[in-house]
Design a protein around this ligand. Structure first.
Ligand SMILES: N[C@@H](CCC(=O)N[C@@H](CS)C(=O)NCC(=O)O)C(=O)O
Length: 204
C-alpha cells in the first residue's frame, strides 16, 4: 500500500476535502500540521499554499489537482461520474462552492486575525447572502442523494468541507441555516457516512 502524507493546517476546507477523498477511497494516510509560516514555503515552494499531499515521495499541491492525482493513482471509487457531461457539472459545482463560500471564510479569518479589519457590511446582509447560497445548493441537489449523482463525488466533498465548519466562519446561526434545510442536512449526513472509516463507525 502506498505511503501517503497530507500536509495541512487543521480545519481548513481545502484540507478537509482532500482528507475526505482519501477516506472515501479507503487509503491509509497520516496528517502533518504546519508549525509556522516556513513550513508552508518548505512543503510547497511553488505557491506556499496548503494542502499538499505526498505519495511515494512525490508531492502534489492544490486540492483540486490533488483529487485528480488520487483518481489517476487510485481509481476506486471514482470522484467524478464516468459520464463526461455529469463530470463537468460536478467539477463546476466544486469550483462554484469554493468561489461562493470562500468569501465567508476570508471574512472570518480577517476578523480573527485583525478585529480592526472586520468587514464593514452589517452581519445581517452577510447572513442573507449566505442563506441564498444555501438555497442555490438545495436547488443544485434537486432530488438526488448526491450532487448530480447517486454516489458521492468531488462536488459533495467540496460542499461538505465548506459547510461542516461553517459556524466557525459565520457564527452558529450559519449552522442553523444548514440544519433547517433538510435536504442539505441529509446530504451532509450521507457524505459523513460514506467517509467514515469502519473502525470509527464501530467506536460510535
Ligand atoms: N486553491 C488552493 C487553495 C489553498 C489555500 O488557500 N490554502 C490556504 C489555507 S486556507 C493557505 O495555505 N494559505 C497560506 C498563505 O496564504 O500563505 C487549494 O485548493 O488547495
Amino acid at each position: 500500500m502506498s505511503e501517503i502524507t497530507l500536509y495541512t493546517p487543521p480545519g481548513i476546507p481545502y484540507g478537509i476535502k482532500v482528507e475526505l477523498a482519501l477516506r472515501l477511497k479507503k487509503l491509509p494516510y497520516r496528517v502533518i500540521e504546519p508549525q509556522g509560516a516556513e513550513d508552508y514555503a518548505r512543503w510547497n515552494p511553488e505557491t506556499g499554499l496548503l494542502p499538499v499531499v505526498e505519495i511515494e515521495g512525490e508531492r502534489f499541491h492544490d486540492s483540486g489537482a490533488i483529487l485528480d492525482v488520487l483518481d489517476q493513482k487510485f481509481p476506486e471509487p471514482p470522484l467524478l461520474s464516468p459520464d463526461p457531461q455529469t463530470a463537468r457539472l460536478q467539477r463546476r459545482l466544486e469550483q462554484w462552492v469554493e468561489a461562493a463560500l470562500a468569501f465567508y471564510w476570508i471574512h472570518y479569518l480577517r476578523a480573527v486575525s485583525d478585529p480592526e479589519a472586520r468587514n464593514p457590511k452589517p452581519a445581517s446582509n452577510l447572513a442573507g447572502e449566505y442563506s441564498q447560497r444555501l438555497d442555490d445548493l438545495v436547488n443544485f441537489l434537486g432530488g438526488r442523494p448526491f450532487f448530480y449523482s447517486d454516489t458521492p463525488g468531488r462536488a459533495d466533498l467540496a460542499v461538505y468541507s465548506f459547510l461542516n465548519r461553517i459556524s466557525d466562519a459565520v457564527g452558529t446561526l450559519a449552522t442553523a441555516e444548514v440544519v433547517r434545510r433538510g435536504m442539505l442536512r441529509r446530504h451532509m449526513a450521507r457524505v459523513k457516512t460514506a467517509t467514515t472509516l469502519e473502525e470509527e463507525a464501530r467506536d460510535d
